[in-house]
Design a protein around this ligand. Structure first.
Ligand code: MN
Length: 232
């Protein structure tokens, strides 16, 4: 097809143990999905899941064993880390049951839902959208996708983040308020899910600020480690 300029490149992720790439369509994120983080952000109890999104080209693909660099984003003084399990979908649909949603998961990756917390906070306060806080360029550093065929379904296991070797966040996937299949099923009532969609599944407590030069290392049992240096 003729296009008026070259088709913009979308995001792609690496696939563990393969030369094939995982093409990214959309990036959805679940808010407040671990009780301790929900409490630190002011929630109580099992409230319905809520969602926001990042552009597909906000992903920053980082190889296994590589230290990726995330440029410090503009217009913030309070860049926060949120370590999250990312579900990568190989198929989709609408109004899925949890069981059907579980079958859409092609693999998992370690991701960081990087957040300009000052801009997000100002948006919340004035009832404005969250994009400026959440959906900026390079806001989604993500490691290789590990096929579910190799990992099995992940419903428990340690998830943690260190900054310069110091533990900041730690939790267990079993602490999620809404499991991955439940969150995907709920999401599928709002949007038709499709192959290439990524879903960030929420972060455990301990979110905090990073500054240029900091080294972040996220780990999830069964998925290895994701290393990101905050650039200038
Ligand atoms: Mn998050």
């Amino acid at each position: 097809m003729n296009t008026v300029f070259p088709t913009p490149e979308g995001g792609t992720l690496l696939v563990a143990g393969s030369d094939a790439a995982f093409p990214v369509r959309r990036v959805y994120c679940v808010g407040r999905n671990y009780a301790d983080h929900a409490r630190e952000m002011g929630d109580s109890g099992r409230e319905p899941p809520f969602f926001f999104a990042k552009p597909g080209d906000a992903v920053l693909s980082i190889a296994d064993g590589e230290v990726g660099t995330m440029p410090y984003p503009p217009r913030t003084q309070d860049l926060h880390h949120e370590i999250e399990l990312v579900a990568a979908l190989g198929s989709g649909g609408r109004d899925l049951t949890a069981e059907q949603a579980a079958a859409c998961v092609w693999g998992y990756a370690i991701g960081l839902d990087m957040t300009r917390r000052d801009l997000q906070g100002a948006a919340k306060k004035s009832g404005r959208p969250w994009e400026v806080g959440k959906a900026f360029d390079h806001s989604a550093p993500i490691g290789p996708v590990h096929p579910i065929a190799a990992t099995g379904a992940l419903s428990q296991g340690r998830i943690a983040l260190t900054v310069n070797g110091q533990e900041r966040q730690v939790g267990d996937l079993s602490d999620m308020i809404w499991s991955v299949p439940e969150a995907l099923a709920y999401l599928s009532t709002l949007f038709e899910l499709k192959a290439g969609d990524l879903v960030f599944t929420g972060t455990p407590a301990g979110v905090g600020a990073v500054v240029p030069g900091d080294l972040l290392e996220g780990t999830i049992e069964g998925l290895g480690a994701l290393q990101v240096r905050i650039g200038a």
